[in-house]
Design a protein around this ligand. Structure first.
Ligand code: GLN
Length: 452
C-alpha cells in the first residue's frame, strides 16, 4: 500500500530520492513467512520505514542531498540501519534533504525541493523535509531524521507530524554522514507520539562504534507514551526568551491553547528565563559551520566524492578545488567559508572560542530552568510553512527558523515537536516544542502523549 502511494504521490512531493521496492517487499515477505511459521517477531516487524538519505545503507546509494555523493554506494550500514533490519522493518527508500543537512526548507537539496503535502507551494521544513513529507502524506508510517539544529523538529512542526531529537549520544551516529559532530542526533519521525516512541526504542542504545554513544539504559519512552494522561503536579516551564515574541499570530494562539490544555490536565505552568538563549543562534552559526567545514574536508575527490578534472595537467590541489567547486551547492560553500574563517588562527579565540563559552552558558541556563520545571516548552517554529523560494536568497531569514530549536542541540538535551492545531490565518499546522533534561527523554513522551 505504501509503495503504491509513493508511486502515485512522490512525483509531486519529491519526498523520496530513492525507492527500494524490491528490498522492502522482500523484507515484508520474510516477515509474513516468519509469522506464518509462528516465529517470535520484534514489535515493529513488517512496519515499513523511510530513511533520511544521510544514513549509509549498504548497496543503496546515499547522497546526503549532494552532487558530491551522487554516485556513492556505501559498503556498510549505519548502526541505525542495522537496527531497523534487526527489527525486521522494511526500508521503503531514502528521503530528500537539504545538502549535507544544511537548511530549513529542503530547498538546498541538489535534487530539487520536497513539497509540503498541506500545500505544494510551501516548504516541508528542513533539513529533513523528505522524511516529514513522507510521514505526513502517508508515504511511510515512520521515518528517520537527523537533528543538528532542528532538522527533525522543525519539519515535524510545519507538516503536522511528530519529531523527536533524543538526548545527544542516545542514538548511534556510526554510518551517519557527519554535519556537525557535537550537535548531530538521529531520531524518529511519526504521526503519533506512541509511534515515535516505538521507533525510538528500536534506534536508541549503546554502540561501541560511536565514541559519543551513551552507555546507559534507554529511557522507557514507550511506557511513558502509553501511560497515564494525568499531569497533576507536573511543572511546565515556558521559556520567556523563545516563547513570547516574534511569532506569527496563529502560532502564538495555538501555543496559548496548548498551555491551557496542560493546565486542564493538572500541570502547573510557570514562566522561566534562560537569558543566554538570545545568543544561541550566533553561537550555533559559528560552531556548526566550524565543525561542518572540518567534516566536509574529506570530500577531496581523491579518496571519494565526485571528481571534476580541469583541462591540461592539473595538480591534485587543482582537481580538489575544481571538484569541490562543481559538486558543492551555495549554502555548503557559504558554511565552509564561514567555518574555515572562524577556525583560522587569529580569529579562533574571538569566534569559535567565544561561541563555545556561550554554549556552556546555555547549558547552565537549562540546568537552572530544570530546577524550576520538569519540562520546558515553546512554539517549535516562528511561523507556519513558508512559500518555496521566499527565503532562499536570504540566509539570515532561513537561519531564524531554528531560533527555538537550536538551544537543545547546543546543550545536548532532548526535544520533541508535536502537532498543536492550525493557524487561523492560513490553515497550516503549528508545532509545540517540549524539552527535557538529558536522559529524561521519557518526560517528552509522557507529556506529548497526554496533549495528543
Ligand atoms: N537549519 C539548521 C541548519 O541549517 C539545522 C540543520 C539540521 O538540524 N541539520 O544548520
Amino acid at each position: 500500500a505504501h509503495l503504491d502511494r509513493i508511486e502515485r504521490l512522490n512525483p509531486s512531493l519529491n519526498a523520496y530520492l530513492l525507492v527500494d521496492a524490491e528490498g522492502a517487499l522482500a523484507t515484508a515477505a520474510n516477515v509474513d513467512a516468519a509469522r506464518a511459521a509462528g516465529e517470535d517477531l520484534p514489535r515493529l516487524a513488517g512496519v515499513p520505514v523511510a530513511v533520511k538519505d544521510i544514513a549509509c545503507t549498504r548497496g543503496l546509494p546515499t547522497t546526503a542531498g549532494s552532487r558530491m555523493l551522487e554516485h556513492f554506494v556505501p559498503p556498510y550500514d549505519a548502526t541505525i540501519v542495522t537496527r531497523l533490519k534487526d527489527a525486521r522493518m522494511p526500508i521503503l527508500g531514502k528521503t530528500n534533504m537539504d545538502e549535507f543537512a544544511m537548511g530549513s526548507s529542503t530547498e538546498h537539496s541538489a535534487f530539487g525541493p520536497t513539497r509540503n503535502p498541506w500545500d505544494l507551494e510551501r516548504i516541508p521544513g528542513g533539513s529533513g523535509g523528505g522524511s516529514s513529507a513522507a510521514v505526513a502524506a502517508y508515504l511511510a508510517p515512520l521515518a528517520i531524521g537527523s537533528d543538528t539544529g532542528g532538522s527533525i523538529r522543525q519539519p515535524a512542526a510545519v507538516t503536522g507530524s511528530v519529531g523527536v531529537k533524543p538526548t545527544y549520544g542516545a542514538v548511534s551516529r556510526y554510518g551517519i554522514i557527519a554535519l556537525a559532530s557535537s550537535l548531530d542526533q538521529i531520531g524518529p519521525c511519526a504521526r503519533t507520539v506512541a509511534d515515535a516512541a516505538l521507533l525510538h526504542e528500536v534506534l536508541a542504545g549503546h554502540d561501541p562504534m560511536d565514541s559519543t554513544s551513551i552507555d546507559a539504559p534507554v529511557p522507557p519512552v514507550v511506557a511513558a507514551a502509553t501511560g497515564t494522561r494525568d499531569l497533576t503536579g507536573l511543572r511546565v516551564g515556558v521559556v520567556k526568551e523563545i516563547a513570547r515574541e516574534g511569532y506569527q499570530e496563529g502560532v502564538s494562539r495555538c501555543f496559548e491553547e496548548a498551555l491551557q490544555h496542560l493546565r486542564d490536565l493538572g500541570a502547573q505552568v510557570v514562566e522561566v528565563s534562560c537569558p543566554h538563549f538570545v545568543h544561541a543562534m550566533a553561537a550555533y552559526y559559528l560552531i556548526q559551520p566550524s565543525e561542518a567545514s572540518s567534516n566536509l574536508a574529506r570530500y577531496d575527490a581523491m579518496r571519494y566524492g565526485s571528481r571534476t578534472t580541469p583541462e591540461g595537467s592539473p595538480s591534485a590541489e587543482q582537481v580538489m578545488a575544481a571538484s569541490r567547486d562543481a559538486a558543492f551547492g551555495d549554502e555548503v560553500k557559504r558554511r565552509i567559508i564561514l567555518g574555515t574563517y572562524a577556525l583560522s588562527s587569529g580569529y579562533y579565540d574571538a569566534y569559535y572560542g567565544q561561541a563555545q563559552k556561550v554554549r556552556t552558558l546555555i547549558a547552565g541556563d537549562f540546568t537552572a530552568a530544570f530546577e524550576q520545571a520538569d519540562v520546558l516548552v515553546s512554539p517549535t517554529t516562528p511561523t507556519t510553512a513558508f512559500r518555496i523560494g521566499d527565503k532562499l536568497d536570504d540566509p539570515m531569514a532561513m537561519y531564524l527558523n531554528d531560533i527555538a530549536t537550536i538551544p537543545a542541540n547546543l546543550a545536548g538535551v532532548p526535544g520533541m515537536s508535536i502537532p498543536s492545531g492550525v493557524a487561523d490565518e492560513d490553515g497550516l499546522p503549528v508545532g509545540f516544542q517540549l524539552l527535557a533534561p538529558a536522559m529524561e527523554d521519557q518526560r517528552l513522551y509522557a507529556v506529548g502523549a497526554a496533549l495528543e
